[in-house]
Design a protein around this ligand. Sequence first.
Ligand code: NDP
Length: 337
Amino acid sequence: NRQWTLASRPAGAPGKENFRLQTGALPEIEEGQLLLRTVYLSLDPYMRGRMSDAESYAEPVAIGDVMLGGTVNRVVSSRHPDYQTGDWVLSYTVGWQDYGVSDGSMLFKLDPAHGPVSHALGVLGMPGFTAYMGLMDIGQPKAGETLVVAAATGPVGATVAQIGKLQGCRVVAIAGGEQKRRHLESLGVDVALDHRAEDFAAQLSAACPKGIDVYYENVGGAIFDAVLPLLNTRARIPLCGLVAHYNDSELPAGPDRLSLLTSTILAKRLTVRGFIIFDDYADRYTEFAEQMGRWVTEGKIDYLEQVIDGLESAPEGLRGLLEGENFGKLVVRVGPD
Ligand code: NDP
């Protein structure tokens, strides 16, 4: 059994030196437990936060512990009444390893007849749920309004952009690079922009002639800077993530612009609300699963996935994800079906 453990806490971008690949014996199971083999491991931006011991909404991974993450697994053997050998499951307790033991908690059965099982790590799982609740509950989008979202080829952003279209919004979607920008056009958004363009702020302003009513915040940084002056009175900002800052170890240099932000919030009467998906919305998971399942089956929501090979590639995959090297929802294929 190979496992990636956390070797040290990164300063800046996480590198291979922050992880250790260990090999151990296959774990034994007791009554009430199951042995799981990992087929897919999800890589997600929040993992950077768990590598750090800075104060946060969740406990960090301890040095020497297996890195955490969502996985799609096969049941290898079961002494649990609800599971049989061969079942497909989604687990949140196995993490970055080939095999793990579960007692059935944080474990959900998957039906391969309903589509690719890996989609439970993306559009039909945590990222899709995040997109749905943040946009619908906090963003409150209305037909004819302008919605802006960045990291828009990723599993959260792409889902937000497409739900926005289903709600009748004018959707301005942002991603890094021409290839990603073109993919956004194929999703049917109204305007697709590359945030790396030199005149990005001017392009965003031209794309939002009636201002911005909903800014779904995934990244922060220069994109939020360009958005701020375009926000309309009573605009809503679901504050979902700030991936542009996850590798920062100190505040950026430059003038203090906090008062510009707070005076804009006041004058424009903005709603800015942060949320942590399962902490804040666990009771609405069924509503999400039914609605999103329907949209995906009907072909109304498109989903892009990037699969990289082998458990050994996980650390490099996470580093690249934080720098925009992924194209679509990033998953690692750890083992065969
Ligand atoms: P993505 O697959 O979209 O990956 C992150 C993307 O962020 C990169 O591909 C890159 O896209 C973009 N990015 C990175 N750095 C920058 C930068 N400096 N400026 C602009 N864009 C940048 O990730 P997810 O869809 O999984 O997650 C999106 C966001 O949602 C993250 O912030 C994540 O932390 C957050 N999240 C929050 C949850 C919650 O409960 N609040 C739950 C799940 C996710 P590009 O190349 O297009 O720039």
